[in-house]
Design a protein around this ligand. Structure first.
Ligand SMILES: [Mn+2]
Length: 434
């Protein structure tokens, strides 16, 4: 036990009228929404990196947080950090957590020394998880922070770094498998480039494709049943990231024969950086059959960089879950809070309140999304808008060719009559639910 959270009690559901700053007003794990418990729909995870590894630095200043596990360079303090993390999990009652190797263990002076530290903490997690409901949503490798990754991991021009990346991912997949993780994620931290003047893009993409094939082969070799997920992001830290957005990733997966093996972990903030909305990315992934999991957060709409704030916008979140529910909901995936405190939010209470608020916003969004689906208004509007395609003539056209279609149009049998897209009416409809 640490005294970091000072014995804070587990957060309770008190209903929408509660005025307590630390109570759930909407997240009621056992409440049934569209035939499924809310906890089983949302599948919340706490992200170790933002909540326990990040020290409050930004590009202009260093650490603002002072935690009992600082400095993070020693295995004893890594265990104190783990103690505090599981205390937060007990307070929130969320079912999952997620980590990078570098979040949970101190870096050693060799690959083998880092691995010993990592395995010590994995043992420690295993012991803690054996007496709790907390499970692992996914594990991943941090292949972007240490200077060895400055020119990329699997796309590095140096084959020694490719080798180091492969060995690192193997250890993280082994640990994820051991902890019964439900997915394994690869975010291409520095898989991209700063300038084409020193970059052979075609060769780097081929290496990244080969690397991901090795990951999939290893998953099958060890019998890992979870999903392999890649996470799109358009820029930052590299000027040009290869995994730009959902459709770019899908094209990459298809080129390297992985579209049936790998799915996507989509993030609200990354969608915004790519010039998309979150629901666009989710709808694109569901249309392509590759929705895996989500990293829930929000970006600042003015600053233009990845601010990783906790979500607080019900309409945005509702439309995201609308597309997730429409796709049948999560299978192995879940809602991971890839979100961090503001650097002035120093207190343990801030960390709890941030998650409580985020979970509540997601619960509100989920309930609104379910209500819209059950009402069916948006589906009816879509069916009406595309009704012309239900005729035998329209279906036959799809089997025809340009010449036969030309004959229909040229003889005057086809005469388009523009119809309203009804956008404002549909926006007003959504506003009834959010
Ligand atoms: Mn993320």
């Amino acid at each position: 036990m640490t005294d970091f959270f000072q014995g804070m009690a587990p957060i309770a559901y008190e209903g929408p009228d509660s005025t307590s700053p630390l109570a759930f007003r909407h997240y009621n794990p056992d409440e049934v929404v569209m035939g499924k418990r809310m906890e089983d729909h949302l599948r919340f995870a706490v992200a170790y990196w933002h909540s326990f590894a990040w020290e409050g630095g930004d590009p202009f200043g260093g650490q603002t947080f002072e935690r009992p596990w600082h400095p993070q360079d020693e295995i004893g303090r890594a265990k104190v950090k783990a103690d505090a993390a599981f205390e937060l999990f007990d307070i929130l009652g969320q079912p999952y957590f997620c980590w990078h190797d570098a979040d949970i263990r101190p870096e050693g002076d060799s690959f083998a020394a880092s691995l010993r530290n990592f395995e010590t903490i994995i043992d420690y997690f295993e012991e803690k998880m054996s007496t709790r409901k907390t499970r692992l949503l996914w594990g991943t490798a941090n292949m972007f922070s240490h200077r060895r990754w400055m020119s990329g991991a699997s796309t590095n021009p140096d084959p020694d770094v490719f080798a180091y990346s492969a060995a690192t991912v193997k250890t993280c997949m082994d640990a994820t498998h051991r902890l019964n993780g439900e997915n394994y994620v690869l975010w291409g931290g520095r898989e991209g480039y700063e300038t084409l003047l020193n970059t052979d893009m075609g060769r780097e993409l081929d290496h990244m494709g080969r690397f991901l094939n090795m990951v999939v082969d290893y998953k099958h070799k060890i019998g890992f049943k979870g999903a392999i997920l890649v996470e799109p992001k358009p820029q930052e830290p590299s000027k040009h990231q290869y995994d730009y957005d959902a459709t770019t990733c899908y094209g990459f997966l298809q080129k390297y024969g992985l579209e049936n093996e790998v799915k996507l972990n989509l993030e609200q903030g990354h969608a915004i950086l790519a010039g998309h909305s979150f629901e666009h990315e989710i709808a694109a992934a569901t249309a392509l059959g590759v929705l895996g999991s989500i990293d829930m957060n929000r970006n600042d709409y003015q600053s233009g960089w990845d601010t990783d704030q906790f979500p607080n916008n019900t309409p945005e979140v509702a439309l995201a879950y609308y597309h997730i529910l429409k796709d049948g909901g999560f299978t192995s995936g879940g809602t991971n809070f890839d979100a961090k405190l503001r650097r002035q939010s120093l207190d343990a209470e801030d960390l709890v309140a941030a998650h409580v608020g985020g979970m509540d916003i997601c619960a509100r969004g989920l309930k609104a999304a379910a209500a819209m689906l059950e009402d069916g208004g948006l589906d009816q509007a879509l069916a009406a808008r595309y009704a012309g395609w239900d005729t035998p003539e329209a279906q036959a056209m799809l089997q025809g060719d340009l010449g036969s279609i030309f004959e229909q149009v040229h003889t005057g049998k086809v005469d388009p009559k523009p119809q309203s897209g009804r956008q404002e009416i549909l926006e007003n409809y959504v506003n009834r639910f959010v």
